[in-house]
Design a protein around this ligand. Sequence first.
Ligand code: UT7
Length: 335
Amino acid sequence: MFHSKISGIGYYVPDNIVTNDDLAKKMETNDEWIQERTGIQERRHIIRGEDTTTSMGVKAAKIAIERAGIAKEDIDFVIFATLSPDYYFPGPGVLVQRDLGLKTVGALDVRNQCSGFVYAISIADQYIKTGMYKNVLVIGSELHSTGLDMTTRGRGVSVIFGDGAGAAVLSREEDLSKGILSTHLHSEGQHAEELSLIAPGMGKRWVTDIIADNDPNDESYYPYMNGQFVFKNAVVRFSEVINEGLQANNLQVSDINMLVPHQANLRISQFIQQKFRLTDDQVFNNIQKYGNTTAASIPIALTEAWEQGKIKSGDLVVLAAFGSGFTWGSVIIRW
Ligand code: UT7
């Protein structure tokens, strides 16, 4: 039995900055509303034709692999988490295998939205623990901007999400006091439609032929979110799953050196911080700059925190996510 550790991390965001004022030119919204409700000041949107979900993931992966100090030939498996794949199928995992020029290693796609990176880390951890693989490349990448309803009708969703990618290499760790200590995953499909994108999906095809009847006024082609309901569930589930992780390892809240929550809304992070009585130094947020990048938000935030020297060897790092599904989870790491 082994442990896995995060041996390299990286992120990529497009250069194109979209401010709240930029969005206010397209829909009835304003900087004050967006900042007050979400904390977001700006986000990144790709320039069409320059980036895809896969290409952003590949850019982040190259940095993570280099920092892991391994060659791409050493990667045994690829896991790609996204809700915005380039194609309906195949998923982006195989595109990464191709575009990075990896050996014919296995490639798996994870469809767990905001919790996607936490789920992907958990899967990679199991493969490494059992000795099946030594190095697993985990990517979270999202291209939201081209799929959002940028009219006033969609403002409750479109102002929140941004584009970007983050990646981590998980590698075998023989010291069982280090690395990923445990992962905790949950779901509650009863609320599947509360944060969802219904079409194109096979379940929708009995009403709408995907090619012939694609109706621009059909809102099911845009993400839907019951914001307040999601918010209320998020604060409860974040707290539960952080506590679950701490208890599983006989740890206290005071042991946390850095909590990196999924960047859903600054108000949610602040609520959790207050509830657990964590200081500003114990919680990392960057939603102000990037918005909610779904499966990419944790690896982007984790990388920035690490680059800023806020995560050091021996630190207890907690990752926690909640989102569409509903799904939620946590990862407890001794860095
Ligand atoms: O990452 C996955 C998990 N996602 C989350 O955790 C998100 C959780 N939810 C939230 O973060 C919040 O619910 C939102 C930020 C999405 C919305 O904030 P809210 O305080 O729940 O606002 P609301 O949806 O209740 O809307 C309040 C008002 C409405 O107007 P009326 O009906 O009071 O006249 C909306 O039409 O704000 C209006 N509104 C906006 N106004 C300006 C909604 N979106 C906008 C907007 N600009 N962009």
